[in-house]
Ligand binder design. Structure first.
Ligand SMILES: Nc1nc2c(ncn2[C@@H]2O[C@H](COP(=O)(O)OP(=O)(O)OP(=O)(O)O)[C@@H](O)[C@H]2O)c(=O)[nH]1
Ligand SMILES: [Zn+2]
Length: 370
């Protein structure tokens, strides 16, 4: 396994990672799960003050605009974890009496540190410490003892930019679905081993329409499995299966892109913010994400592996159509796919229509289920 991929596992456990670059080494700690003792240890080891790297989205939510996708806040040597977490996650109002320090632009290692947090689906914020020359030998001793992994910053950035890498088709099986007959489930694993995606093939392949009916569905544990009324994902998933069945068969790609790509932990954080009155897009921005973090190259790779060139896409999201076309898929047409409007998801669906461009006028005109 490459070092950058191993680093993601360490970061998810709250362990520090060393990023190497031409201008020296940088020690990196995730903000998620941060405790003050770890900051003190890192200050002592690196011989440097902490610097907080935040995404441009997070900074925008604090009213700070930057060129590029992140910027840095230099912090005091004795800063406490609770303060760092507040700078990374608190709403702007909560920081009014305690504004963050002035920004500076990031180094390559600092950008890479933030990208690794995103790839690891942690809070997108990193605490970094530029290793002082005088501490080089001490840091090298810790590395040689196996206590901290060193990764080249450029390799980390490369991993994050082509996140899916090569997909491997791992296993498949027949799964009979209630009312839909036999389906074939085919599991794909990403090169770094972190995510798995499933293609569900319905009906007889030789009977499929020439433009294969296709649903590209982003995982939603709360909606798909538990029937959450905060969104319409569960109903959309089930409606897509019935629609594809009625069209003579086709494919559902069930992608591990929980929360529009931010991961379940961050989606639950966003839900708490939505309960304080923010809409779905502003809530994601407070945590540090853009309005849609998904990358559809993985869908293209799965369709390639399945030998599919031309599709009819079931979606209300014009951006998804565009992204699949850009990824090289021939999307011959789009078919609307609605879930169910209810008291709890009304505001969410309206935001999607107003701010995300989803084509939901027809659904929003239907009676609300109470
Ligand atoms: N970040 C975040 N993600 C959400 C929220 N509600 C649902 N999701 C996620 O959004 C994804 C589904 O995205 P949608 O925008 O509903 O659907 P879409 O796939 O873009 O568009 P359609 O193809 O028309 O369904 C799933 O991964 C859900 O987990 C939310 O409030 N915040
Ligand atoms: Zn959902």
């Amino acid at each position: 396994m490459r070092q950058a991929e191993r680093a993601i596992f360490d970061l998810r456990r709250g362990l520090p990672v060393l990023l190497g670059s031409e201008d020296g080494d940088t020690l990196v700690l995730p903000v998620e799960g941060l405790v003050s003792e770890r900051i003190a240890e890192a200050v002592a080891l690196a011989g440097a003050c902490p610097v907080l790297v935040l995404s441009s989205h997070r900074l925008a939510s604090l009213g700070m605009t930057v060129d590029g996708d992140c910027a840095c806040l230099p912090l005091a040597e004795d800063v406490q974890a609770a303060q760092v977490i507040r700078f990374a996650l608190a709403r702007a109002e909560a920081l009014a009496a305690d504004p963050p320090p002035a920004l500076r632009m990031p180094s390559v290692a600092e950008s890479a540190a933030l990208q690794l947090m995103r790839r690891a689906q942690l809070i997108p914020a990193a605490l970094v410490f530029k290793v002082e020359a005088t501490q080089g030998a001490a840091v090298e001793a810790v590395r040689l003892a196996g206590d901290v992994l060193k990764v080249d910053s450029a390799a980390a950035l490369a991993l994050c930019q082509d996140s899916a890498g090569q997909l491997t088709m791992v296993s498949d099986a027949r799964v009979p679905l209630a009312g839909l007959g036999d389906a074939q489930f085919v599991l794909f694993r990403e090169e770094d081993g972190i995510r798995e995606h499933v293609a569900v093939l319905l009906g007889e392949r030789n009977a499929w329409p020439e433009a294969v009916p296709l649903r590209v569905h982003s995982a939603c544990l709360t909606g798909d499995l538990f029937g959450s009324e905060r969104c319409d994902c569960g109903a959309q998933l089930r409606n897509s299966l019935s629609a594809i069945h009625a069209l003579g068969g086709g494919i559902v790609l069930y992608l591990a892109q929980e929360g529009r790509g931010i991961g379940l932990a961050n989606k639950l954080r966003a839900y708490r913010l939505q309960d304080q009155g923010l809409d779905t897009i502003d809530a994601d921005e407070v945590i540090g994400f853009g309005k849609d973090e998904r990358d559809y190259r993985v869908a293209h790779r799965m369709l390639d592996a399945l030998g599919i060139q031309r599709v009819e896409l079931l979606t209300n999201n014009p951006e998804k159509v565009r992204a699949l076309c850009d990824a090289g898929i021939d999307v011959s047409s789009r078919r609307a796919l609605f879930g169910q409007l209810n008291d709890n998801n009304q505001h969410y669906l309206r935001t999607k229509a107003d701010r995300h461009g989803h084509m939901l006028e027809e659904l929003l005109a239907t009676p609300v289920k109470r």
